[in-house]
Design a protein around this ligand. Structure first.
Ligand code: ATP
Ligand code: MG
Ligand code: MG
Length: 284
């Protein structure tokens, strides 16, 4: 999940995600490696209230051995874009992942290493001794180190107009720190902050009316913030690889804390935090 890459082919930049998952295509499209879960979501989203907030989806294409999802390139037409990827929700793993990880209590040294790198004091004495942690333990711990579990989102990365990438937002945990990051990202330009604010309020309205949103657990999905020197600023919902429907009988609220089994994702908690921090940044 945390493989960072900078790929520059014409204006296209991949800020987060797995390297090799994307290909550039002609005609202002990007190709993302096919997943059935994501393709199904995009299919429904093209017929939902949320359509204006999602890159246009143009179906599937095969390149060599692999199948890809064809998406509108959200950077198309922008010069030296400035980009921020915010991963939404109070948790970034699916309930299913947790259940599987609990059944199969395999010790993972790679996850132990990642944990130590972020916080050497996080592993218990036992975990230090075995130099490994279970995936279950790692998944739960990881979201508490960032603003994910408290604010309902975390900044995955920011790319500035000179192409420099900041990914060191793991320690951004308070609303004030988010405001600071937003001021840095926008270089305190009020018109841009206001445009983002307006767009997120519109998204908030659309989410409340969306049939799709009410019936899907949205995990690991991001809001992609994009602007350039022309003060055009926009926000898009991306990454539906872990977004899954809930049974017909239930509807999710998205604005309450998660309890195991509820499948609540806290997406709206994150959106509210972002809107609050944007308001604060505008009024600095
Ligand atoms: P993750 O590790 O977050 O699951 P992933 O492989 O599912 O990653 P995405 O999160 O969908 O990939 O996208 C990774 C990055 O690629 C985004 O942060 C963004 O910079 C870029 N990106 C994705 N989709 C688009 C798009 N339609 N237009 C422009 N840029 C995009
Ligand atoms: Mg992503
Ligand atoms: Mg993904």
């Amino acid at each position: 999940m945390m493989h960072w890459s900078l790929r520059r082919q014409s204006s296209w930049i991949q800020l987060a995600g797995h390297q090799g998952n994307f290909q550039l295509s002609d005609g202002g499209e990007v190709l993302k490696l096919y997943s059935e879960v994501e393709a199904k979501c995009l299919d429904s989203l093209m017929r939902d209230q949320l359509k204006p907030f999602v890159p246009q989806y143009h179906g599937l294409v095969t390149r060599g051995e692999d199948r890809y999802i064809r998406l509108e390139d959200l950077l198309s037409g922008l010069r030296k874009p400035v980009i921020m990827d915010c991963k939404m929700g109070v948790r970034t793993y699916q309930e299913e992942e947790l259940t599987k990880a609990r059944v199969k209590e395999v010790l993972r040294s790679d996850m132990y290493q990642k944990m130590v790198k972020i916080d050497p004091s996080a592993p218990s004495a036992e975990e230090h001794a075995q130099k490994a942690v279970t995936k279950w333990r790692y998944l739960q711990w990881r979201d508490t180190t960032s603003s994910t579990s408290t604010l309902g989102f975390r900044i995955e990365g920011i790319m500035m107009e000179d192409g420099s990438i900041q990914r060191d937002f793991g320690k951004v945990r308070t609303s004030a720190q988010v405001t600071e990051a937003l001021l840095y990202f926008t270089r305190s330009q009020r018109d841009i902050l206001k445009a983002y604010h307006t767009r997120l309020l519109a998204l908030n309205d659309a989410l409340k009316n969306s049939q799709f949103f009410g019936t899907h657990e949205v995990i690991g999905s991001s809001l992609l913030f994009v602007h350039d020197h022309s003060s055009k600023a926009n926000v898009w919902m991306i990454d539906f690889g872990k977004t899954t429907p809930v049974p017909n009988t239930s509807k999710l609220l998205h604005n309450i804390p998660w309890a195991e089994g509820s499948r609540e994702d806290g997406y709206l908690i994150g959106l509210t935090s972002l809107i609050t921090s944007l308001s604060q940044a505008i009024n600095v």
